[in-house]
Design a protein around this ligand. Structure first.
Ligand code: PLP
Length: 410
């Protein structure tokens, strides 16, 4: 008899997006004429930049000729892409990395979900609350979280770091010792960032406690303000305690094309029960070479074109387009009297629901009165209750119209 991995049974089910779809369908059945605008999605809508498409075509052509055909590539990615990443994303910020510290992958989702495999099952993990659910669910599957308490909406063994209006959506250091800490800045869903001094506290904590920071920088490309750190490695000492996840998904429109990268410095160590140190970089290489066979060649060629002069210009244009939407949403909501966070260095706007209304109740009201769809904060964790996420990934026209409707119909 094949037994199930009972950790999977602890997962309450992917309630959020299926529940949103169910409510929209129900509404559409009774209101077939309603012109619904979706500002709930976390997916990009603008096409891939022309420089990327051109490079991808060339990569495909090479695969069709015997002289340039490539079979299995290096599991950790081609050097031509890794070198561009280092040269463009890290060297100008004073961060020195070697080629074998960068691992190309098919997504920050898979990397953030898989990375926990390298850690002992008894490690205590901390996440911000609200949080990108992948960090939590992947640790549930691994058996690191204890049981789910449906009243609290939390797992027994996870240390939750609340991000609320009271602390300006910035997590405080944990009060009890933790071993693995997931941080995501610019944040999904709150759209907030941390300053260098704030990040430094986390690096110091990790160094003092021999903890590891799992830093998700998937939205780094949306940082607008000077002085906001783009990489955890801009913080002194981070090379000893941090891993960073990055992605071409939101920066260059690769959500359906799939390419990302994870930085694992050779100085980061994990320990066995006797206190002996092991290189996390070596363990991740071992893991990836066993379980992953690399990103396809044409996609890596396409990703490298993001760093060309035209590629950079084109991705900036797209990001500017989304960030103008973010400004319209943020300022529009503020003018309508809402309290809002984010939307300055991230494509997410995190608004407080009026009069402490529940986030699902607000979802229904917004859909019914304004025909606008967003994401209820409760879907991102217990401390997301009372908040609501709107995204800047829609069209300009829809964004303007959604805000107009919120102003006049809510
Ligand atoms: N990390 C965060 C915080 C995200 O919001 C997302 C996607 O929405 C991802 C990672 C996934 O990125 P990728 O498309 O590279 O898997």
């Amino acid at each position: 008899m094949a037994l199930v991995n009972e950790n999977y049974l602890k997962l309450p089910g992917s309630y959020l997006f299926s529940e949103i779809a169910r409510r929209i369908n129900q509404f559409k059945a009774t209101n077939p004429e309603a012109d619904i605008i979706r500002l709930g999605i976390g997916d990009v809508t603008r096409p891939l930049p022309p420089a990327v498409i051109e490079a991808m075509h060339k990569g495909v052509e090479e695969m069709g000729k015997a002289e340039t055909f490539r079979g299995y590539g290096p599991e950790q990615g081609y050097e031509f892409l890794i070198e561009k990443i280092i040269e463009h994303d890290f060297t100008p910020r004073g961060v020195e990395l070697s080629v074998d510290e960068v691992f190309i992958s098919d997504g920050a989702k898979s990397d953030t979900a898989n990375f926990q495999e390298l850690f002992g099952v008894n490690n205590i993990m901390a996440v911000t609350d609200p949080v990108y659910p992948v960090y939590v669910d992947s640790n549930v599957m691994a058996g690191r979280t204890g049981m789910y308490d449906s009243d609290k909406g939390q797992y027994g063994k996870i240390v939750y770091l609340p991000c609320t209006e009271a602390n300006g959506m910035k997590p405080s250091l944990p009060k009890t010792r933790v071993d693995m800490i997931y941080l995501c800045f610019p944040n999904n869903p709150t759209g907030m960032t941390l300053s260098k001094d704030e990040l430094k506290q986390w690096v110091n904590y990790a160094r003092e406690n021999r903890s590891i920071l799992l830093f998700d920088a998937a939205y780094e490309g949306y940082i607008r303000e000077e002085g906001v750190p783009h990489s955890i490695f801009e913080i002194e000492g981070a090379r000893e305690v941090a891993v960073e996840f990055r992605s071409f998904s939101k920066t260059a429109g690769f959500t359906g094309t799939r390419c990302a990268y994870t930085i694992v410095p050779k100085d980061v160590k994990v320990y066995d029960s006797k206190g002996e140190a092991y290189s996390l970089n070596q363990l991740w290489l071992r893991r990836q070479t066993t379980k992953f066979n690399g990103v396809s060649y044409p996609v890596q060629v396409a990703a490298a074109a993001v760093f060309s002069e035209e590629g950079q210009r084109q991705i900036k244009e797209t990001i500017n387009y989304y960030m103008e939407n973010a400004r319209i949403i943020r300022e529009g909501l503020q003018a309508a009297g809402y309290t809002v966070f984010g939307g300055i260095n991230a494509p997410y706007i995190w608004m407080k629901t009026p009069n402490t209304m529940g986030s699902w109740e607000f979802f229904d009201k917004l859909m019914t009165n304004a025909h606008v769809i967003g994401t209820p904060g409760a879907g991102f964790g217990a401390n997301g209750e009372g908040y609501f996420r709107l995204t800047a990934f829609g069209t300009r026209e829809n964004t303007l119209q959604a805000i107009e409707r919120i102003k006049t119909r809510m």
